[in-house]
Design a protein around this ligand. Structure first.
Ligand SMILES: [Zn+2]
Length: 426
Protein backbone atom coordinates (compact mmCIF):
# COMPACT_ATOMS: atom_id res chain seq x y z
CA UNK A 1 0.00 0.00 0.00
CA UNK A 2 1.61 3.23 -1.13
CA UNK A 3 -0.24 5.93 0.78
CA UNK A 4 -0.59 9.39 -0.72
CA UNK A 5 -0.23 13.07 -0.30
CA UNK A 6 -3.33 15.08 -1.02
CA UNK A 7 -2.54 17.41 -3.90
CA UNK A 8 -2.11 21.10 -3.07
CA UNK A 9 -2.06 20.45 0.66
CA UNK A 10 0.37 19.66 3.45
CA UNK A 11 -1.48 16.46 4.23
CA UNK A 12 -0.02 12.99 3.89
CA UNK A 13 -1.79 9.71 4.54
CA UNK A 14 0.10 6.52 5.42
CA UNK A 15 3.42 8.04 4.40
CA UNK A 16 5.65 8.52 7.36
CA UNK A 17 9.14 8.73 5.94
CA UNK A 18 9.80 12.40 5.41
CA UNK A 19 12.83 14.51 4.98
CA UNK A 20 13.62 17.51 7.11
CA UNK A 21 11.99 20.61 5.72
CA UNK A 22 9.24 18.74 3.88
CA UNK A 23 6.07 20.70 3.22
CA UNK A 24 4.00 17.97 4.81
CA UNK A 25 2.67 19.02 8.22
CA UNK A 26 -0.20 16.65 8.88
CA UNK A 27 0.04 12.88 8.95
CA UNK A 28 -2.90 10.56 8.96
CA UNK A 29 -2.38 6.91 9.63
CA UNK A 30 -5.16 4.59 8.44
CA UNK A 31 -3.80 1.59 10.31
CA UNK A 32 -0.72 0.35 12.04
CA UNK A 33 1.28 -2.26 10.19
CA UNK A 34 3.01 -3.90 13.09
CA UNK A 35 5.05 -6.02 10.73
CA UNK A 36 6.71 -2.91 9.38
CA UNK A 37 8.69 -0.10 10.95
CA UNK A 38 6.30 2.57 9.61
CA UNK A 39 9.33 4.83 9.20
CA UNK A 40 8.87 6.17 12.70
CA UNK A 41 11.86 7.19 14.78
CA UNK A 42 12.25 8.58 18.31
CA UNK A 43 12.98 11.99 16.76
CA UNK A 44 9.62 12.16 14.99
CA UNK A 45 8.19 15.63 15.62
CA UNK A 46 5.01 16.11 13.59
CA UNK A 47 1.45 15.38 14.61
CA UNK A 48 -0.05 12.03 13.62
CA UNK A 49 -3.82 11.52 13.49
CA UNK A 50 -5.30 8.04 13.77
CA UNK A 51 -8.00 5.99 15.47
CA UNK A 52 -7.93 5.44 19.25
CA UNK A 53 -6.94 1.77 18.80
CA UNK A 54 -4.14 2.66 16.38
CA UNK A 55 -2.85 5.23 18.86
CA UNK A 56 -2.57 2.59 21.57
CA UNK A 57 -0.82 0.19 19.19
CA UNK A 58 1.54 2.87 17.90
CA UNK A 59 2.61 4.04 21.32
CA UNK A 60 3.12 0.50 22.54
CA UNK A 61 5.26 -0.39 19.59
CA UNK A 62 7.17 2.78 18.67
CA UNK A 63 9.09 5.21 20.87
CA UNK A 64 7.04 8.30 20.09
CA UNK A 65 6.14 11.40 22.06
CA UNK A 66 2.54 10.61 23.08
CA UNK A 67 1.58 14.27 22.66
CA UNK A 68 2.15 13.95 18.92
CA UNK A 69 -0.28 11.11 18.37
CA UNK A 70 -3.87 12.30 18.23
CA UNK A 71 -6.68 9.79 18.49
CA UNK A 72 -9.81 10.83 16.62
CA UNK A 73 -13.10 9.15 17.41
CA UNK A 74 -14.94 7.36 14.60
CA UNK A 75 -18.10 8.36 12.72
CA UNK A 76 -18.06 12.08 13.42
CA UNK A 77 -16.35 14.96 11.64
CA UNK A 78 -13.34 16.55 13.31
CA UNK A 79 -12.26 20.06 12.36
CA UNK A 80 -8.51 20.48 11.99
CA UNK A 81 -6.87 23.84 11.56
CA UNK A 82 -4.51 23.92 8.59
CA UNK A 83 -2.76 27.15 9.57
CA UNK A 84 -1.35 28.38 12.89
CA UNK A 85 -3.88 31.23 12.95
CA UNK A 86 -6.75 28.82 12.43
CA UNK A 87 -8.18 30.76 9.50
CA UNK A 88 -8.31 27.64 7.31
CA UNK A 89 -9.76 24.37 8.51
CA UNK A 90 -10.76 21.05 7.05
CA UNK A 91 -12.82 18.23 8.44
CA UNK A 92 -11.90 14.59 8.63
CA UNK A 93 -14.16 11.69 9.54
CA UNK A 94 -12.93 8.20 10.38
CA UNK A 95 -14.95 5.16 9.40
CA UNK A 96 -14.22 1.55 10.37
CA UNK A 97 -12.36 -0.05 7.46
CA UNK A 98 -13.01 -3.66 8.60
CA UNK A 99 -9.35 -4.37 7.95
CA UNK A 100 -7.05 -4.99 10.95
CA UNK A 101 -7.62 -3.71 14.51
CA UNK A 102 -7.84 0.07 14.54
CA UNK A 103 -7.99 0.43 10.74
CA UNK A 104 -10.07 3.30 9.39
CA UNK A 105 -10.95 5.06 6.18
CA UNK A 106 -10.56 8.84 6.07
CA UNK A 107 -13.13 11.21 4.61
CA UNK A 108 -11.48 14.60 4.04
CA UNK A 109 -13.36 17.75 3.21
CA UNK A 110 -11.60 21.06 2.67
CA UNK A 111 -10.46 23.70 0.19
CA UNK A 112 -8.91 20.82 -1.79
CA UNK A 113 -12.28 19.16 -2.38
CA UNK A 114 -13.73 15.95 -1.04
CA UNK A 115 -11.40 13.01 -0.73
CA UNK A 116 -12.13 9.49 0.43
CA UNK A 117 -9.09 7.42 1.35
CA UNK A 118 -9.79 3.77 2.14
CA UNK A 119 -6.39 2.54 3.33
CA UNK A 120 -6.59 -1.25 3.57
CA UNK A 121 -10.28 -2.07 3.69
CA UNK A 122 -12.70 -4.93 3.44
CA UNK A 123 -16.02 -3.93 2.01
CA UNK A 124 -18.90 -4.30 4.41
CA UNK A 125 -22.50 -3.21 3.84
CA UNK A 126 -22.40 -1.51 7.24
CA UNK A 127 -19.76 0.97 6.16
CA UNK A 128 -21.99 2.31 3.41
CA UNK A 129 -24.98 2.83 5.64
CA UNK A 130 -23.22 4.62 8.50
CA UNK A 131 -24.56 8.10 9.03
CA UNK A 132 -21.15 9.73 8.53
CA UNK A 133 -20.62 7.96 5.22
CA UNK A 134 -24.12 8.64 3.90
CA UNK A 135 -23.73 12.29 4.72
CA UNK A 136 -20.33 12.49 3.08
CA UNK A 137 -21.58 10.76 -0.04
CA UNK A 138 -24.56 13.08 -0.34
CA UNK A 139 -22.28 15.45 -2.25
CA UNK A 140 -19.86 14.44 -5.01
CA UNK A 141 -16.55 12.87 -4.05
CA UNK A 142 -13.69 14.30 -6.07
CA UNK A 143 -11.07 11.68 -5.46
CA UNK A 144 -11.29 8.13 -4.18
CA UNK A 145 -8.01 6.51 -3.14
CA UNK A 146 -8.87 2.84 -3.10
CA UNK A 147 -7.27 -0.34 -1.75
CA UNK A 148 -6.84 -2.30 -4.98
CA UNK A 149 -4.85 -5.18 -3.43
CA UNK A 150 -7.22 -7.71 -5.02
CA UNK A 151 -8.60 -5.65 -7.88
CA UNK A 152 -8.40 -8.46 -10.39
CA UNK A 153 -11.03 -10.66 -11.97
CA UNK A 154 -9.22 -13.63 -10.42
CA UNK A 155 -9.96 -12.41 -6.92
CA UNK A 156 -13.45 -13.58 -6.13
CA UNK A 157 -13.99 -15.05 -2.67
CA UNK A 158 -16.78 -15.18 -0.09
CA UNK A 159 -17.65 -12.40 2.35
CA UNK A 160 -15.52 -12.37 5.47
CA UNK A 161 -18.19 -13.60 7.88
CA UNK A 162 -18.76 -16.64 5.63
CA UNK A 163 -15.04 -17.38 5.61
CA UNK A 164 -14.93 -17.18 9.41
CA UNK A 165 -17.91 -19.56 9.60
CA UNK A 166 -16.07 -21.93 7.29
CA UNK A 167 -13.07 -21.91 9.64
CA UNK A 168 -15.31 -22.58 12.64
CA UNK A 169 -16.86 -25.50 10.74
CA UNK A 170 -13.45 -27.00 9.98
CA UNK A 171 -12.52 -26.86 13.68
CA UNK A 172 -15.90 -28.37 14.55
CA UNK A 173 -15.37 -31.23 12.09
CA UNK A 174 -11.99 -32.02 13.63
CA UNK A 175 -12.96 -32.15 17.29
CA UNK A 176 -10.26 -34.61 18.29
CA UNK A 177 -7.41 -32.77 16.59
CA UNK A 178 -5.03 -29.98 17.42
CA UNK A 179 -5.62 -26.94 15.19
CA UNK A 180 -2.76 -24.73 14.05
CA UNK A 181 -3.64 -21.49 12.29
CA UNK A 182 -1.02 -19.81 10.08
CA UNK A 183 -1.20 -16.02 10.29
CA UNK A 184 0.86 -12.88 10.02
CA UNK A 185 1.98 -11.21 13.25
CA UNK A 186 -0.88 -8.79 13.26
CA UNK A 187 -4.45 -8.78 11.99
CA UNK A 188 -7.32 -11.29 11.96
CA UNK A 189 -7.39 -11.40 15.77
CA UNK A 190 -11.18 -11.53 15.44
CA UNK A 191 -10.93 -15.07 13.99
CA UNK A 192 -9.01 -16.25 17.05
CA UNK A 193 -11.43 -14.52 19.40
CA UNK A 194 -14.40 -16.16 17.62
CA UNK A 195 -12.76 -19.58 17.87
CA UNK A 196 -11.91 -19.15 21.56
CA UNK A 197 -15.48 -18.14 22.32
CA UNK A 198 -17.16 -20.72 20.12
CA UNK A 199 -15.13 -23.64 21.47
CA UNK A 200 -14.71 -22.31 25.01
CA UNK A 201 -11.00 -22.92 24.85
CA UNK A 202 -7.71 -21.08 25.18
CA UNK A 203 -5.74 -20.20 22.08
CA UNK A 204 -1.94 -20.21 22.06
CA UNK A 205 -0.30 -17.13 20.50
CA UNK A 206 3.10 -15.46 20.33
CA UNK A 207 4.06 -13.05 23.08
CA UNK A 208 3.81 -10.19 20.59
CA UNK A 209 0.27 -11.07 19.60
CA UNK A 210 -0.65 -11.58 23.24
CA UNK A 211 0.44 -8.00 23.93
CA UNK A 212 -1.67 -6.79 21.02
CA UNK A 213 -4.66 -8.69 22.39
CA UNK A 214 -4.04 -7.12 25.79
CA UNK A 215 -4.19 -3.69 24.20
CA UNK A 216 -7.44 -4.68 22.54
CA UNK A 217 -8.66 -5.85 25.94
CA UNK A 218 -9.31 -9.31 24.50
CA UNK A 219 -6.50 -11.41 25.95
CA UNK A 220 -8.58 -13.37 28.46
CA UNK A 221 -8.83 -16.53 26.33
CA UNK A 222 -5.22 -16.54 25.15
CA UNK A 223 -1.95 -18.08 26.33
CA UNK A 224 1.59 -17.39 25.22
CA UNK A 225 3.30 -20.23 23.34
CA UNK A 226 6.36 -21.04 25.49
CA UNK A 227 9.67 -19.67 24.19
CA UNK A 228 11.60 -22.17 22.10
CA UNK A 229 8.50 -24.25 21.32
CA UNK A 230 6.54 -24.40 18.09
CA UNK A 231 3.23 -25.00 19.80
CA UNK A 232 1.50 -24.68 23.14
CA UNK A 233 -0.61 -27.30 24.86
CA UNK A 234 -3.81 -25.43 23.90
CA UNK A 235 -6.16 -27.07 21.43
CA UNK A 236 -5.78 -24.14 19.02
CA UNK A 237 -2.59 -22.19 18.27
CA UNK A 238 -1.84 -19.26 15.99
CA UNK A 239 1.64 -19.51 14.45
CA UNK A 240 3.49 -17.56 11.75
CA UNK A 241 2.20 -18.31 8.27
CA UNK A 242 5.61 -19.51 7.14
CA UNK A 243 5.66 -22.21 9.86
CA UNK A 244 2.91 -24.11 8.08
CA UNK A 245 5.05 -26.50 6.08
CA UNK A 246 4.66 -30.14 5.17
CA UNK A 247 7.68 -30.97 7.33
CA UNK A 248 6.34 -29.19 10.41
CA UNK A 249 2.93 -30.77 10.02
CA UNK A 250 4.44 -34.22 9.81
CA UNK A 251 6.41 -33.55 13.00
CA UNK A 252 3.40 -32.12 14.86
CA UNK A 253 1.33 -35.12 13.77
CA UNK A 254 3.76 -37.53 15.38
CA UNK A 255 2.98 -35.86 18.72
CA UNK A 256 -0.75 -35.32 18.32
CA UNK A 257 -3.19 -35.48 15.37
CA UNK A 258 -2.99 -31.98 13.94
CA UNK A 259 -4.59 -29.94 11.15
CA UNK A 260 -3.56 -26.54 9.83
CA UNK A 261 -5.73 -23.69 8.59
CA UNK A 262 -4.49 -20.83 6.43
CA UNK A 263 -7.01 -17.98 6.48
CA UNK A 264 -5.84 -15.98 3.46
CA UNK A 265 -6.97 -14.94 -0.02
CA UNK A 266 -3.37 -14.58 -1.09
CA UNK A 267 -3.50 -17.73 -3.18
CA UNK A 268 -6.55 -16.55 -5.13
CA UNK A 269 -4.30 -13.72 -6.25
CA UNK A 270 -1.31 -15.91 -6.92
CA UNK A 271 -3.46 -18.28 -8.93
CA UNK A 272 -2.58 -21.55 -7.23
CA UNK A 273 -3.63 -23.59 -4.26
CA UNK A 274 -0.88 -24.84 -1.94
CA UNK A 275 -1.12 -28.18 -0.13
CA UNK A 276 -3.48 -29.54 -2.72
CA UNK A 277 -4.42 -33.11 -1.94
CA UNK A 278 -3.39 -32.75 1.73
CA UNK A 279 -6.21 -33.79 4.01
CA UNK A 280 -4.74 -31.91 6.96
CA UNK A 281 -4.26 -28.38 5.55
CA UNK A 282 -7.21 -26.11 4.79
CA UNK A 283 -6.76 -22.87 2.88
CA UNK A 284 -9.73 -20.58 3.53
CA UNK A 285 -9.90 -17.37 1.49
CA UNK A 286 -10.47 -15.08 4.44
CA UNK A 287 -9.18 -11.64 3.62
CA UNK A 288 -8.91 -8.19 5.15
CA UNK A 289 -8.98 -6.73 1.63
CA UNK A 290 -12.03 -6.36 -0.58
CA UNK A 291 -12.65 -8.87 -3.33
CA UNK A 292 -13.04 -7.79 -6.95
CA UNK A 293 -16.87 -7.79 -6.90
CA UNK A 294 -16.86 -5.92 -3.58
CA UNK A 295 -14.58 -3.25 -5.02
CA UNK A 296 -16.99 -2.76 -7.89
CA UNK A 297 -19.90 -2.45 -5.51
CA UNK A 298 -18.00 0.05 -3.38
CA UNK A 299 -16.86 2.30 -6.23
CA UNK A 300 -20.33 2.22 -7.75
CA UNK A 301 -21.83 3.38 -4.46
CA UNK A 302 -19.21 6.08 -3.86
CA UNK A 303 -19.60 7.32 -7.46
CA UNK A 304 -16.43 9.43 -7.36
CA UNK A 305 -15.10 11.76 -10.03
CA UNK A 306 -11.76 9.99 -10.07
CA UNK A 307 -10.14 6.87 -8.65
CA UNK A 308 -6.53 6.40 -7.64
CA UNK A 309 -5.19 2.94 -6.79
CA UNK A 310 -3.24 2.69 -3.54
CA UNK A 311 -1.28 -0.37 -4.61
CA UNK A 312 1.13 0.15 -7.45
CA UNK A 313 3.36 -2.45 -9.03
CA UNK A 314 6.22 -3.58 -6.85
CA UNK A 315 8.39 -5.97 -8.86
CA UNK A 316 9.50 -7.67 -5.62
CA UNK A 317 5.93 -8.56 -4.77
CA UNK A 318 4.84 -11.88 -6.30
CA UNK A 319 1.27 -10.56 -6.41
CA UNK A 320 2.39 -7.87 -8.83
CA UNK A 321 3.42 -10.41 -11.42
CA UNK A 322 0.44 -12.61 -10.76
CA UNK A 323 -2.15 -9.84 -10.84
CA UNK A 324 -0.96 -7.61 -13.62
CA UNK A 325 -4.41 -6.09 -14.02
CA UNK A 326 -4.92 -4.96 -10.45
CA UNK A 327 -3.25 -1.57 -10.74
CA UNK A 328 -5.50 -0.52 -13.56
CA UNK A 329 -8.60 1.32 -12.43
CA UNK A 330 -10.08 1.27 -15.93
CA UNK A 331 -12.60 -1.27 -14.68
CA UNK A 332 -14.30 1.47 -12.65
CA UNK A 333 -14.93 3.79 -15.59
CA UNK A 334 -18.66 3.16 -15.69
CA UNK A 335 -19.14 4.18 -12.05
CA UNK A 336 -17.55 7.61 -12.31
CA UNK A 337 -19.37 10.86 -11.80
CA UNK A 338 -18.90 12.68 -15.10
CA UNK A 339 -19.85 16.13 -13.91
CA UNK A 340 -16.91 18.47 -14.43
CA UNK A 341 -14.37 18.98 -11.69
CA UNK A 342 -14.78 22.36 -10.06
CA UNK A 343 -12.00 24.79 -9.34
CA UNK A 344 -10.66 25.04 -5.82
CA UNK A 345 -8.80 27.84 -4.17
CA UNK A 346 -5.65 27.37 -2.19
CA UNK A 347 -6.12 29.93 0.58
CA UNK A 348 -3.36 32.52 0.62
CA UNK A 349 -2.32 31.69 4.19
CA UNK A 350 -1.88 28.01 3.23
CA UNK A 351 0.00 29.03 0.13
CA UNK A 352 2.37 31.19 2.13
CA UNK A 353 2.92 28.39 4.59
CA UNK A 354 3.64 25.88 1.86
CA UNK A 355 6.07 28.14 0.10
CA UNK A 356 7.89 29.17 3.24
CA UNK A 357 8.21 25.56 4.33
CA UNK A 358 9.25 24.66 0.83
CA UNK A 359 12.07 27.18 1.14
CA UNK A 360 13.16 25.51 4.36
CA UNK A 361 13.26 22.24 2.58
CA UNK A 362 15.22 23.72 -0.24
CA UNK A 363 18.00 24.51 2.16
CA UNK A 364 18.05 21.13 3.82
CA UNK A 365 16.74 18.69 1.30
CA UNK A 366 18.36 19.34 -2.03
CA UNK A 367 21.24 16.97 -1.61
CA UNK A 368 19.19 14.26 -0.05
CA UNK A 369 18.65 12.04 -3.04
CA UNK A 370 16.19 11.84 -5.86
CA UNK A 371 12.96 13.69 -6.03
CA UNK A 372 9.83 11.58 -6.16
CA UNK A 373 8.98 10.13 -9.51
CA UNK A 374 5.75 11.40 -11.04
CA UNK A 375 3.05 8.85 -11.53
CA UNK A 376 0.95 10.87 -13.88
CA UNK A 377 3.54 11.36 -16.56
CA UNK A 378 4.51 14.98 -16.07
CA UNK A 379 7.70 15.86 -14.29
CA UNK A 380 7.29 18.15 -11.30
CA UNK A 381 10.03 20.37 -9.98
CA UNK A 382 9.93 19.72 -6.26
CA UNK A 383 11.58 23.03 -5.51
CA UNK A 384 9.29 25.19 -7.55
CA UNK A 385 7.13 27.64 -5.67
CA UNK A 386 3.38 27.61 -6.14
CA UNK A 387 2.32 30.90 -7.65
CA UNK A 388 -1.13 32.37 -7.26
CA UNK A 389 -2.88 32.30 -10.62
CA UNK A 390 -3.89 35.45 -12.45
CA UNK A 391 -7.53 34.70 -11.93
CA UNK A 392 -7.42 35.44 -8.26
CA UNK A 393 -5.30 38.12 -6.66
CA UNK A 394 -5.57 36.51 -3.26
CA UNK A 395 -5.70 32.78 -3.58
CA UNK A 396 -4.29 30.26 -5.96
CA UNK A 397 -6.86 28.56 -8.12
CA UNK A 398 -6.63 25.05 -9.42
CA UNK A 399 -8.84 22.39 -10.71
CA UNK A 400 -8.15 18.77 -9.83
CA UNK A 401 -8.28 17.80 -13.48
CA UNK A 402 -4.93 16.62 -14.84
CA UNK A 403 -5.59 18.24 -18.18
CA UNK A 404 -5.77 21.76 -16.80
CA UNK A 405 -4.11 21.67 -13.41
CA UNK A 406 -1.07 23.84 -12.91
CA UNK A 407 2.13 22.11 -12.00
CA UNK A 408 2.73 22.11 -8.30
CA UNK A 409 5.63 20.98 -6.18
CA UNK A 410 5.85 17.37 -5.33
CA UNK A 411 5.79 16.83 -1.62
CA UNK A 412 9.07 15.55 -0.49
CA UNK A 413 8.42 12.12 0.83
CA UNK A 414 10.36 8.92 0.53
CA UNK A 415 7.70 6.67 -0.77
CA UNK A 416 9.04 4.57 -3.56
CA UNK A 417 6.61 5.05 -6.35
CA UNK A 418 4.27 7.63 -4.94
CA UNK A 419 5.02 11.08 -6.00
CA UNK A 420 1.67 12.78 -6.23
CA UNK A 421 -0.05 15.17 -7.30
CA UNK A 422 -2.37 15.13 -10.24
CA UNK A 423 -5.34 12.89 -10.52
CA UNK A 424 -4.45 10.30 -13.15
CA UNK A 425 -6.77 10.20 -16.08
CA UNK A 426 -8.80 7.07 -16.24
ZN1 LIG B 1 -3.03 -3.45 6.04
Amino acid sequence: MNGCTIPYTQIAVDLLKVRPGSRVRFFFLSHVQLDKSCGLTPTWSLPIYCSPVSRRLLLKRFPLDPDLVHALSLNEPHAISLTPSGDVTMTVTLIDAHHCPGAVMFLFDGYFGRVLYTGGFRYHDEMMTSEAMTQFLSRPVDVLYVDNTFCSVKCVYPPRHEAVQHIIQIVEDNQDKKVVIGMRNFGKEDILISLAERFQTSVGVSEERFQTLELLESSQNFKIIPAGKDLSDCRIDAVPLMNITRGNLDTWNTERPTIAILPTALFCGLGFQPFQGSGDVFVVPCSDHSSYPELHKFVREVHPKSVIPLVRGDPRDPLTTSLLDRTSVECFQEYLDRTPMQNYHIPSSVLELMNSEGDGRRQTGRRRGRAGRPVGGRACDPHRRIKPSNGSPKDSVYTPDPEVSPRVPDLDIHSGLVSHPLVPKL
